[in-house]
Design a protein around this ligand. Structure first.
Ligand code: PGA
Length: 252
């Protein structure tokens, strides 16, 4: 049985004061939830603060990216070990904003996944089609190439240490969510592809949905058999919204 996972992706939002209010509010709001796993991925400069405020709670924390190299002359970049140094459990890898704005590819993401696992982190690998691809009806082909492109480098054996996320880019920050049935069909497709390689890994791997998840649609999405939780952007910046999403996932 896969345990549901809800991950906040703060993106480039926050400051010390605001973070404290948000983190303290969420900690007290989810204190009684035991069936869902919760994580908050903050901007790198705030990892220390997240560690201080979340330590001892039922919320894990993580980074939003790691560099594909272990160390070296990469000005401005952050390594998997640096993120792990602050007690992180997770790192988001290959988010569509990284792919689109920072030219990251399946191959760089795959290398980041490998170093993240080596550093003891659980990578959350994001896949998703653009609006044009969705309208052209090529969603499955796009997802298959993102999955295979990553698997070529990472290998099926390490995949059991990875969380997958399906995030159609047309649903990110747009207020337009995939319907539970649309998302379920892509999630089932992803699980099926993984099953081609290894049935056991496919059964155990968690596949999160991301893209305008809100308190009002979370329960229907999480009720789908292959949706194992969510990757939450905008709604993770609001205590009540995020706590309600975590509650919706807190089912046995
Ligand atoms: P959103 O972002 O919830 O604001 O759509 C999700 C994401 O980009 O991970």
């Amino acid at each position: 049985m896969r345990r549901k996972l809800v991950v906040a992706n703060w993106k480039m939002h926050g400051n010390l004061r605001w973070n404290r209010t948000l983190l303290e509010g969420i900690v007290s709001g989810v204190r009684d939830l035991y069936h869902v796993e919760i994580a908050i991925c903050v901007p790198h400069p705030y990892l220390f603060q997240a560690q201080q405020l979340l330590h001892g709670s039922n919320i894990a924390w993580g980074g939003q990216n790691v560099h594909p190299n272990e160390q070296g002359a990469f000005t401005g970049a952050v390594s998997a070990w640096m993120v792990a140094d602050f007690g992180c459990k997770y790192a988001i890898i290959g988010h569509s904003e990284r792919r689109g704005q920072f030219r990251e590819t399946n191959e760089t993401a795959a290398r980041s996944i490998k170093v993240a696992i080596k550093a003891g982190l659980i990578p959350i690998y994001c896949m998703g089609e653009t609006l044009e691809e969705y309208e052209a009806g090529v969603t499955e082909a796009v997802i298959a190439s993102q999955l295979n492109g990553m698997l070529d480098t990472v290998g099926i054996r390490l995949l059991s240490h990875v969380v997958l996320a399906y995030e159609p880019t047309w649903a990110i920050g747009s207020g337009r969510t995939a319907t539970p049935q649309q998302a379920q069909s892509v999630h089932a497709f992803i699980r099926g592809r993984v099953a081609h390689h290894d049935l056991k890994v496919a059964e155990g791997i968690r596949i999160l949905y991301g893209g305008s998840v809100k308190a009002s649609n979370a329960a229907q999405l999480f009720a789908m058999p292959d949706i194992d939780g969510g990757l939450i952007g905008s709604s993770s910046l609001d205590i009540d919204e995020f706590v309600a999403i975590c509650r919706a996932a807190n089912r046995k």
